[in-house]
Design a binder for this molecule. Structure first.
Ligand code: FAD
Length: 428
């Protein structure tokens, strides 16, 4: 039985899930922590906190844990944490360790930069880079969190900070009390809205077609085990293997002025995706043409927040630092958040609000910098052919951009569980 099925079957009746957090830090007992949201960020945080001996419960609005059918890159700064949480075996089994980032020109496939991701990366940073199906990562996390601690079909609608505890209110009538409440409820975060007021996410001017293709269907392409990024005018195309190389995952990003549909994601037309990549290298078009179905996503982000916490309530993941996926760091930063939060709470005296302030001080500059770099990459990936594009390509070939292995060190070497004041990492 898959982990998320187990949780679904174990879903407790509403009354049974009602529990009061003990006074915990108030009397130096185990602090009780409610995590709102059972995505990658919420489950990784819950696991970190459980390993830190906190009394943790996760509340997910959906009736089953699940992820979209797509891949995700897990860089060493995140795999360092996942390995420590005991997931090395699952990652090795379900994930793929790519040899390199291979950045190429859109029409002729010329190599602009090959950044090693295999042995040299692991030797430099101590942990591997993985490419993994999101459902496999979520199942690994869910399998490590005891089922009785995950409460499905619990949509948080309101909260009250009573000073000595915080009360979470759910749409099904359940109320629960904790020492700390964590909003890991994604880009539409209700917890964020309650803390800091309504604010709509920004449409970034990009949409993404995503799809998965059985590798055997693409055998003739003889794809190498790398993450390939094809850059062209107003768009880019990324593909890499997941699920032990049995599936090829692609993300095809296209600039678009507006997004008028109500939904942020929709079934996309393969023909429309192919039309958007007309004239591109045959490898790109072969991959797009081989997919049975594709989904189209409007890409939104948010401006960095000055605060993530108020009293006993804080945020993590996309709830507080949603970013364009062009640094492959959204989920990785959510995983880092959970490790830093755990370390800050473990160090806590009796002042929980101050511990949460410490947590956000350590995190905000780093995630804000990644939000900005992710947005910058939209421009740099999508340059139209001309002088600026030629300069970019020359810099990439010379290894003098922040896509080089050396320049990314500030991202990969960071250990989010070390929370001494001097350790806040936001790069050079
Ligand atoms: P979510 O995954 O959105 O989870 C939030 C959870 O909270 C959901 O389960 C939701 O149902 C639940 N929830 C919401 N509201 C409530 C409520 N009121 N009550 C209870 N539950 C609630 N990141 C990387 O690190 N590497 C990559 O390669 C990468 N590629 C990407 C490619 C694309 C095309 C996109 C769009 C993103 C990519 N990202 C990547 C970013 C990454 O997917 C996100 O940053 C990450 O999934 C955010 O996780 P989260 O747990 O914070 O939020």
């Amino acid at each position: 039985m898959r982990a998320h099925d187990r949780h679904r079957n174990d879903a407790l009746p509403a009354a049974a899930t009602q529990h009061r957090g003990r006074s915990a830090l108030r009397g130096r007992k185990r602090a009780s922590i409610g995590v709102v949201g059972g995505g990658i960020g919420g489950l990784a945080a819950a696991l970190s906190l459980l390993r830190g001996d906190f009394d943790v419960h996760v509340y997910e609005q959906a009736s089953a844990l699940g992820e979209v059918g797509a891949g995700v890159q897990i860089s060493p700064n995140a795999s360092r944490i996942l390995h420590r949480l005991g997931l090395a075996e699952e990652l090795a089994r379900a994930g793929v360790r790519p040899l390199a980032w291979h950045q190429r020109r859109w029409e002729n496939g010329r190599t602009l930069l090959r950044t090693p991701l295999g042995e040299p990366l692991e030797a430099a940073f101590g942990f591997p880079h993985y490419q993994i199906h999101r459902a496999d990562l979520l199942a690994a996390l869910a399998g490590a969190v005891p089922g009785e601690r995950v409460h499905l079909a619990h949509r948080l609608v309101d909260l009250r900070d009573h000073g000595d505890r915080v009360e979470a209110r759910f749409a099904n009538g359940v109320r629960a009390h904790f020492d700390v409440l964590v909003g890991a409820d994604g880009i539409h975060s209700q917890v964020r809205r309650i803390l800091f007021g309504p604010e709509r996410p920004r449409f970034t001017g990009c949409v993404a077609y995503r799809g998965l293709i059985p590798t055997e269907r693409l055998r003739e392409l003889e794809l190498e085990v790398t993450a390939q990024v094809w850059m062209g005018p107003g768009r880019h195309f990324v593909h890499y293997f997941v699920r032990s190389c049995r599936l090829v995952n692609f993300v095809a990003v296209v600039e678009q002025e507006t997004w008028r549909r109500e939904s942020w994601t929709d079934r996309g037309e393969v023909a429309a995706a192919l039309a958007a990549f007309e004239g591109w290298h045959p490898q790109v078009r072969s991959i797009l043409g081989a997919v049975d179905e594709t989904f189209i996503w409007a890409l939104f982000d948010r401006a960095p927040l000055e605060r993530w916490s108020a009293g006993r309530v804080t945020l993590l993941g996309d709830a507080c630092h949603a970013m364009l996926p062009f640094m492959g760091q959204g989920a990785a930063q959510a995983i880092e958040d959970g490790a830093t939060l755990t370390a800050c709470l473990a160090e806590a005296g009796t002042d929980i609000a101050e511990s949460l302030r410490h947590y956000e001080r350590l995190r905000i500059s780093r995630t804000s910098r990644l939000q900005a770099q992710s947005a910058d990459n939209k421009t740099r990936f999508h340059l139209h052919d001309g002088p600026e594009q030629r300069q970019r390509d020359a810099e990439m070939t010379a290894g003098s951009t922040d896509w080089s292995f050396r320049a990314a060190a500030w991202i990969y070497e960071h250990d989010a569980a070390i929370v001494g004041k001097e350790k806040a990492s936001h790069g050079p």
